[in-house]
Ligand binder design. Structure first.
Ligand code: ATP
Ligand code: MG
Length: 653
């Protein structure tokens, strides 16, 4: 990316120093960065002591065969024991682990002691179904306590799980079952979504008729909605019959630190999902430490809530493994944020006095669209730290989050990481960092990241390029399941000896890192590299725009031309004057080169099931191509609507 373009892009002058009380009592202080950088393996070895090991590791990182890392390889532990049993043994059995809120309004609290019993019963049930150490189990469940219990039960018996998001189709489920060669599937009759029962079991039944997925022996079915289900005698069993009949005693066995913990497929924002493999010891060390450090978790007093689904890595690392290994009390919620009303989330925060809240920019922009009067009706005074993950957060959305949810008092941690990294990598620390709206800022202690140019040279401050990770880290993926070559090609071939994340980034004058979106999305306009993220942020900074997606479409004169798709806020009306105004607004913020050639107002944007904008599909439309892989798209009618809109596009110069 060319420096001159980046240097005139969005400048953010505001800084928000940490609240003094929070800083004074923070879990992590600024001296940690230096200590960690001086000896990274020693730093992570120290963090590994956060866990209970059956055999303490003497080794730290083994990087003798890069990029195939081993961490703490001679150590042995049981991940479920670390997330549940040890808290009960420490006398915390009565602490609530999960406050479950069902969408219809039903609730269920599980203490650590109760969670332990449920996990043991489920572990016994899986063993009874013939699941052995190393066997893969697919989990296709709504956001109910059984999802957490199932994951921990698998971890407990050393059977790697592959969680598939409950919104995926039978086809997507079948390919994931096939790829991981799972022999048992855990599902439910359905879950509650937008006030209605939404079936899951039929998708499993259909998936299992496909070649490849036909090797599944057993389907364990949770009764959640009570809807009718087709039943395959000899294959299907009810959770409430099989699991409930088990003993709550189960001796956890210790597994090597490098034993596989789970396979998880990426969101599919850029293409076909990849089966990312994570192992036990290093992964748990990193998610435990980062959850403690980045949320400043005080397990005795905090109530934590991550709104992600268990089907994404955020749900794995920051609902299940990080928080539970730290003995946190947390909320899990089954449904959508607008059922039965658009204040449902804020109502839940008030009810449980949630103090730490973690969500995604897409959700924040949706709430912006609904209007700030909605959160204003609820008591959000318990909040103390807010987190963001999944996409770059536009400065405007960051400010909205800070003001309307955080009461202008809570630090925001914008956490950059990926399914592949296992845990958070770049983020402010709430008691240390003076935060900047829109920037993830600093690699966490023990993490080494930088921005390089095309030739792999580190760029100076004030310049942009490619985000790379320069040292192995404990939670890193070990490979792509069954495809070491794809692992090498995807992440390790672009820059010698460095992990290439696939994201563009810049370093500002202070050396803080700003994420600029996928490198595949970067536009080349008249010889200038322009990041989609920055044009989108400029659009979202206009008071009438709630959300924007920008792509570069082939153009005979400029190489690529900027095409923007925008969703307007609440009452704003589409007009030629408004599109002209928006184009000028972008030109003023970023310079005339970044002015979109066309702006189309749309009702919805194509998103992955995890809520991320799928620019590659918009690029296909803008260039009149057939759409690429749409299996991870939430709603295919969105693309039809957008396609009908295109030929009538106005506002060209
Ligand atoms: P696929 O790899 O299949 O295309 P995906 O990259 O969307 O899917 P995830 O692992 O869920 O799958 O997402 C990781 C990506 O999300 C990062 O590479 C980055 O592009 C984006 N991301 C996550 N957190 C942030 C953040 N705080 N700021 C900017 N971007 C982020
Ligand atoms: Mg990715």
């Amino acid at each position: 990316m060319s420096d001159e373009t980046l240097s005139n892009l969005l400048r953010e002058e505001r800084r928000f120093p940490p609240p003094p009380e929070l800083a004074a009592a923070a879990n992590v202080t600024s001296e940690v960065y230096q200590r960690a950088a001086a000896d990274r393996p020693a730093f992570w070895a120290q963090q590994a002591r956060r866990l209970s090991w059956a055999t303490e590791p003497k080794q730290t990182v083994d990087w003798s065969n890069p990029p195939f890392a081993k961490w703490f390889a001679d150590g042995e532990l049981n991940v479920a024991y670390n997330c549940v049993d040890r808290h009960v043994e420490a006398g915390l059995g009565d602490r609530v682990a999960l406050h479950f809120e069902g969408e219809p309004g039903d609730t269920r609290d599980l203490t650590y002691a109760q969670l332990k019993d449920e996990v043991c019963k489920a572990a016994n049930a899986l063993t009874g179904l013939g699941v052995e150490k190393g066997d893969r189990v697919a989990i296709y469940l709504p956001m109910i306590p059984e999802a957490v219990i199932s994951m921990l039960a698998c971890a407990r018996i050393g059977a790697p799980h592959s969680v598939v998001f409950g919104g995926f189709s039978a086809e997507a489920l079948a390919t994931r079952i096939d790829d991981a060669d799972a022999r048992v599937v855990i599902t439910a009759d359905g879950g509650w979504r937008r006030g209605k029962p939404s079936a899951l079991k039929p998708a499993v039944d259909e998936a299992l008729t496909r070649p490849g997925a036909g090797r599944v022996r057993s389907v364990l079915v949770v009764r959640r909605t009570g809807q009718d289900v087709a039943w395959h005698e000899g294959r299907d069993v009810w959770w409430h019959e099989v699991v409930e009949a088990q003993s709550a005693e189960h001796e956890p066995q210790a597994f090597g630190a490098e034993h596989p913990l789970f396979i998880l497929y990426t969101s599919g924002t850029t293409g076909k999902p990849k089966g990312i493999l994570h192992t036990c010891g290093g992964y748990l060390t990193q998610v435990s430490y980062t959850h403690h450090a980045v949320f400043d978790l005080k397990p005795e007093t905090d109530v934590y809530w991550c709104s992600a689904d268990i089907g994404w890595v955020t749900g794995h690392s920051y609902i299940v493994y990080g928080p539970l290994s730290n003995g946190a009390t947390q909320v899990i919620y089954e449904g959508t944020p607008d059922t039965p009303h658009q204040g449902r989330w804020w109502e839940i925060i008030g009810k449980h006095r949630v103090s730490l809240f973690y969500t995604a920019p897409t959700a924040i922009r949706t709430c912006m669209k609904w209007g700030e009067e909605i959160p204003a009706r609820f008591d959000l005074s318990s909040l103390r730290v807010l987190g963001s993950v999944g996409e770059p957060i536009n400065p405007e959305a960051w400010m909205w989050y800070r003001k309307n949810i955080g009461g202008d008092r809570c630090p925001i941690v914008d956490t950059w990481w990926q399914t592949e990294t296992g845990g958070m990598m770049i983020s402010p620390l709430p008691g240390v960092t003076a935060t900047k709206p829109g920037s993830a800022q600093t690699p966490l202690p023990g993490i080494a990241a930088t921005v390089v140019d095309d030739e792999g040279r580190e760029v100076p401050n004030g310049s942009g390029g490619y985000l790379v990770l320069t040292e192995p880290w404990p939670g890193m993926l070990r490979t792509i399941w069954g495809d070491d070559q794809r692992y090498l090609d995807t992440y390790w071939s672009r820059f010698q000896g460095r992990y290439f994340a696939g994201d563009g980034a810049k370093k500002d004058d202070d050396g803080d890192i700003w994420l600029l979106g996928r490198v595949d999305d970067v536009m080349l306009v008249s010889g200038h590299n322009i990041s989609t993220t920055e044009v989108e942020s400029a659009l979202v900074s206009h008071p009438k725009v709630a959300e924007a997606a920008v792509v570069g479409a082939t153009d005979p004169t400029t190489g690529q031309a900027i095409v923007a798709f925008v969703i307007l806020r609440g009452s704003a009306q589409d007009s030629d004057e408004l599109t002209a105004e928006l184009r000028d607004h972008v030109a003023k913020a970023l310079g005339p080169i970044a002015k979109p050639k066309r702006i189309l107002t749309v009702a919805e944007l194509p998103k992955t099931r995890s809520g991320k904008i799928m620019r590659r599909l918009l690029r296909d439309v803008a260039e009149n191509r057939e759409l690429g892989d749409v299996t991870t798209l939430t709603d295919s009618t969105v693309m039809d609507l957008i396609q009908t809109k295109l030929p009538t596009a106005s506002s060209e110069d």
